[in-house]
Design a binder for this molecule. Structure first.
Ligand SMILES: [Mn+2]
Length: 274
């Protein structure tokens, strides 16, 4: 598919630690699409409980660490969401990525802003306690009612429709972009990928990786595109081929993380290079 590298790839709302997180698919996108800058636009984690992370979730984190290796020459940016709020220190140490509240950059003569979007969700902000209660209830239901997934899906939909309101976020984001003289503003949070243009200012929502539609956004000089994971054919690049088959199935999560991140390679590289 993409022969030319994209300037920027934006992915949001992976919710690692949630049973509904499509971490494997997201890792695949990162491995098979070429880009020079990656923006993880918040809520990459469902919460701060690392015990909930599965093998696939660790692999995603390991691959982020690998990408952030200076040898790769890819800029990796993490913008905090409401679910992964407070992760700044953990993430910068574990994955080697800088964490921002908001990331602003100039490109093609245009000012760009990437911000998670919960800041524009009045309900979320004014009902923090209610929203936290909702989150813990949701996680409990996922655990208890794992086999009866429709309930989880129903709650997911309720969360999206009632707590997150796409149009509210989009209009507030457009207003914010205008205030800050930005041409393009990128958000996540609503889990609903969309594009809205108003008076020459463009709002893009990167969607998410927990519902049925899995999406990401690419930003290039000529255009910004919303991509659907399920509408692409992905071809693995040979340098990133999964080596887990060769090692059998007894791997621990830490081993997956270390392997995927190239942690061991780095140690060798550093000891040779001094
Ligand atoms: Mn969010």
């Amino acid at each position: 598919m993409d022969l030319q590298a994209h300037k920027t790839l934006i992915l949001s709302d992976l919710h690692l630690g949630a049973a509904t997180s499509h971490a494997r698919e997201a890792t695949r996108v990162l491995k098979e699409v070429r880009f020079q800058r990656l923006i993880l636009l918040g809520d990459i984690f469902a919460d701060l409980n690392f015990a909930r992370l599965t093998k696939a979730h660790w692999k995603f984190l390991g691959y982020i660490r690998k990408l952030s290796n200076p040898k790769r020459n890819i800029e990796v940016v993490w913008v905090e969401g409401n679910h992964d709020h407070g992760l700044t220190n953990i993430m910068s140490h574990l994955v080697g990525v800088r964490v921002y509240q908001q990331y602003t950059w100039q490109y093609g003569g245009l000012r760009h802003i990437a911000i998670h979007g919960h800041q524009f969700d009045g309900f979320q902000v004014s009902n923090v306690r209610l929203s936290k209660l909702g989150t813990s209830l949701y996680l409990k239901l996922q655990k208890l009612d794992f086999k009866r997934k429709p309930i989880v899906r129903l709650i997911d939909r309720m969360n999206t429709r009632w707590l997150r309101m796409s149009s509210k976020v989009s209009s507030a984001a457009l207003h914010y972009a205008r205030q800050h003289e930005a041409h393009r503003i990128f958000c996540g949070h609503t889990h609903e990928a969309m594009h809205v243009e108003q008076d020459g200012i463009h709002y893009y929502n990167a969607g998410g990786w927990v519902d049925s539609r899995l999406t990401y956004v690419t930003v290039d000089e000529k255009e910004v595109q919303i991509h659907d994971f399920n509408q692409h054919e992905y071809h693995e690049r040979t340098d990133d081929r999964d080596s887990s088959q060769e090692r059998g199935e007894t791997d621990s999560s830490l081993a997956d993380f270390a392997d995927e991140s190239g942690l061991l390679e780095d140690v060798e590289y550093e000891s040779v290079g001094g």
